[in-house]
Design a protein around this ligand. Structure first.
Ligand code: NDP
Ligand code: MG
Length: 399
């Protein structure tokens, strides 16, 4: 039995993870689930899976959950507050931690799991974007086993030779015959929209992804393609890429989840349905394979696979992220923080869609890129960037 903690169990990735676990009751045991404040979803998870612990970050929600579980005579114990996230991520009973909290809030719990040497299924890309080398050094130090869940990185991982998989974060790609990693992205819901109409797009339109069903924040990131920018940074750290070894390719059908190009002219791709249960099942069972509940592709229904480059004028956030990636750690920490503030303001209809990239640009231009040598430095830069971004939100506020 593999004992599992799911950080962010009530979210899109959390629910897909539970769906895979549900298919294999003899194989997986749910130790802990965590959420921010969603009591109704937590109650339903506890009733179905009976985890040992349920963590609520929000105090009122935690008290309400505890009361209702008591009334139902549930054996699940409720822990309340952010420190409990770290406890259930690092507990000695746990083998595997699914890191699926959205945004910077996932950094410390994910690092707690890393430092405790767990198998980490990394969905929370923001944690790695914020802390890059520090995160990978902690993995190397603790002997944690890091497996990428983001579909593109999971695809790339699947395409790499076993020796490169085993040296994740430190592999010399060229020595393994890899010439380039090709990160695919759909281009989001606004790929064909006239550029002049971008500014008026609503949160509902931005969240209506053509292929994937995901949480709100990553859906907006997909519309700006900052998601691909964050993934570019994520790939740089996971696969130890040089600048010339990493490229973004627009592929609207989301059938190829990413590709690896080799020195002999071969290109290996991973294909599948746009359904996160496939990479999640791979991470849970690696190096074996188990059923995920996802049907195989039906090639008789696939008429075409198309590819193009990302239009600079449509996706300014992507270029910002690529520049930040090679500028230094502080730049990517700032970009992530500024984006989280701007996306939240956009979802709250305080700013327009195109203001998201403009706010990120303003923050990157305003704050100096200083050296980062500790997680405390990361948190300080994150906080500073949030304050500056909040000021720019006021500047761009819709009347
Ligand atoms: P969701 O918004 O659907 O879920 C987020 C989860 O995090 C929820 O369980 C939520 O709890 C919890 N949470 C939110 N804020 C906090 C906080 N401050 N402290 C603790 N927990 C918190 O997100 P997704 O599942 O879509 O994404 C999760 C991560 O996975 C992101 O980093 C995303 O980039 C990545 N990812 C997602 C993919 C997808 O298909 N969805 C694909 C690839 C990567 P509550 O419900 O109580 O608010
Ligand atoms: Mg992805």
């Amino acid at each position: 039995m593999q004992s599992i903690t799911i950080l962010g169990a009530t979210g899109s990735i959390g629910k897909s993870t539970l769906a895979v676990i549900n298919e294999h009751p003899q194989r997986f045991n749910l130790f802990a689930v965590t959420a921010h404040a969603n009591v109704a979803e937590m109650l339903s998870i506890c009733a179905r899976f009976n985890p040992t612990y349920a963590v609520m970050v929000d105090e009122q929600a935690g008290l309400a959950l505890r009361q209702q579980l008591l009334e139902q005579r549930s054996s699940t114990e409720v822990l309340i507050g952010p420190a409990a996230l770290l406890d259930v991520a690092s507990a000695s009973e746990v083998d595997t931690v699914m890191a699926a909290i959205v945004g910077a809030a996932g950094l410390l719990p994910t690092l707690a799991a890393v430092n405790a040497g767990k198998r980490i299924l990394l969905a929370n890309k923001e944690a790695l974007v914020m802390s890059g080398q520090l995160f990978m050094d902690a993995v190397a130090r603790s002997g944690a086993e890091l497996l990428p869940i983001d579909s593109e990185h999971n695809a790339i991982f699947q395409c790499l030779p076993t020796a490169a998989q085993q040296a994740l974060g430190q592999a010399d790609l060229a020595a393994h015959g890899v010439s380039k990693i090709l990160l695919t992205g759909s281009g989001g819901p606004f790929r064909e929209l006239p550029l002049a109409e971008l500014a008026q797009q609503t949160p509902a339109a931005a969240c209506a992804h053509p292929n994937w069903s995901m949480g709100q924040k990553i859906s907006v990131d997909s519309a700006t393609m900052l998601n691909k920018g964050l993934e570019y940074i994520e790939a740089r750290w996971l696969f130890n890429c040089q600048r010339e070894q990493l490229e973004v390719v627009v592929h609207p059908q989301s059938v190829i989840h990413s590709m690896v190009s080799f020195t002999d002219g071969s290109v290996i791709a991973q294909l599948g349905q746009p359904d996160m249960r496939t990479p999640i099942a791979y991470g849970l069972s690696y190096p074996a394979r188990i059923s995920s509940g996802v049907a195989a592709l039906d090639f008789s229904q696939l008429s075409q696979l198309t590819f193009s480059t990302a239009e600079a004028a449509r996706y300014p956030s992507l270029a910002l992220a690529i520049e930040a990636c090679w500028q230094g750690q502080a730049a990517t920490t700032m970009l992530n923080a500024a984006n989280e503030i701007a996306v939240e303001a956009f979802l709250g209809t305080q700013i327009g869609f195109t203001a998201i990239a403009e706010i990120c640009d303003r923050v990157l231009n305003e704050i100096a890129v200083i050296p980062v040598s500790s997680i405390d430095d990361v948190i300080a830069i994150d906080q500073q960037a949030r304050q500056v971004a909040q000021r720019w939100v006021e500047h761009y506020r819709l009347c």
